[in-house]
Design a protein around this ligand. Structure first.
Ligand code: HEC
Length: 341
């Protein structure tokens, strides 16, 4: 299902509302890692056979004030007192992310440190956007926020490359369960950028008037996403059943991500998989090593109208909604309308 531009935000608003506050996940690939799926539309394919109703909030979320020993209240007013680093935007879910750095993190970031000193902290706010009824083309913040922290303590968090991760819902509540699995999953993705000290964000230049020549683009780094072509028989059974008929092989994302995965990873990886499926014309998958969490995207080929009204091509898929590997999980269909080249 693809939606017309003027319906995009409201449609996604409904979809995301049904997911929220389970939309308590991390990070965006849309801008950084899946550039070819520009302005893709993400929908919950409610008409698909076997589709399950939208997820309720996972029971184990929002039961604590802190994760890894850090509460949001420990960093009260960071939005006012810290340095604004950058804004990012996850196109497929219309989520804006604002990142802030405390003084120590800010100094290290600007020095392009790859080994942040203890005490450095980054905070990120995720805010959904929706159409402003007063002016259709303008998206406005529409709530369903979540907060994320990265706190540098090399000794305490030696297992996760020296960063302590914490995830909070819109009310500042954290999950007290599966902290270790979640932290490793945060780390597994941030470990894609060791060249930046495991920090994705780079300062957005707001002084363009003084420095018109300063590029706004991020520093390119070698892609650390490794896909391999694998036989279908090597995949988890539940995933095999969701593959389109006749696909002999798939592109599988390997490395630390498949070993350390949580719901957020499975969700966020969809645009990356869609881009790989588009590039190779093979289904692209990420699956936890125990096979209980996965994400699958494949080229459907049907014509669709992209968000700009331009002709697009349909990419379909399925992903699990379980929180962490080994836990009960629904399999939910998903559809993108990727722009035709
Ligand atoms: C699947 C990849 C992925 C996972 C998993 C992930 N992140 Fe991130 N994270 C990113 C990306 C990409 C950014 C860059 C900003 C953006 O696009 O939202 C980011 C940015 C951040 C930032 C701002 C500093 C920076 O690196 O730019 C914080 C803080 C953060 N993440 C915390 C977390 C926490 C806490 C978790 C686990 C609950 C987590 N992340 C899991 C990919 C990920």
């Amino acid at each position: 299902m693809c939606v017309k531009p003027h319906r995009l935000f409201s449609t996604l608003g409904i979809v995301m509302k049904s997911f929220s506050p389970a939309a308590v996940f991390s990070a965006a690939f849309a801008l950084t890692l899946a550039v070819s799926i520009s302005a893709a539309t993400l929908t919950h394919a409610e008409k698909e056979p076997g589709a399950v109703p939208a997820q309720k909030a996972p029971e184990d979320l929002a039961d604590q004030d802190s994760m890894n020993g850090y509460a949001l209240a420990d960093f009260a007013d960071f939005q006012k007192n810290w340095h604004f680093v950058t804004v990012r935007y996850r196109k497929d879910t219309s989520e804006m992310r604002l990142t802030y750095a405390n003084d120590i993190a800010w100094a290290a970031l600007n020095a392009k440190s790859t080994d942040y000193p203890d005490g450095a902290v980054f905070a990120k706010i995720g805010i959904l956007t929706a159409e402003d009824p007063a002016f259709t083309s303008s998206a406005v913040p529409s709530g369903a926020r979540r907060f994320q922290l990265m706190v540098r303590d090399k000794k305490k968090f030696a297992d996760t490359n020296g960063w302590g991760y914490a995830l909070f819902d819109a009310h500042g509540k954290a999950s007290g369960k599966d902290v270790d699995i979640r932290s490793r999953a945060c780390d597994a993705c941030h470990a894609l950028v060791p060249e930046r000290g495991y920090v994705f964000s780079e300062p957005m230049r707001l002084d363009v008037a003084e420095n018109p020549e300063v590029p706004q683009a991020i520093t390119p780094i070698a892609g650390n996403m490794v896909f391999e072509t694998v036989a279908i028989a090597a995949l988890p059974k539940a995933l095999q059943e969701k593959l389109p008929k006749g696909a002999p092989q798939v592109r599988q994302l390997r490395g630390s991500l498949e070993k350390n995965i949580f719901r957020g990873t499975v969700d966020e990886i969809r645009p990356t998989l869609a881009a790989e499926a588009r590039r190779t014309d093979m289904p692209a998958v990420l699956a936890s090593t125990d096979g209980t969490l996965f994400s699958l995207m494949y080229l459907d080929g049907a014509a669709c109208a992209g968000p700009d009204g331009k002709p697009g091509v349909t990419i379909k898929g399925f992903y699990t909604t379980g929180e962490v590997p080994g836990k009960t999980s629904n399999i939910v269909p998903t559809t993108y309308c990727a722009p035709k080249e």
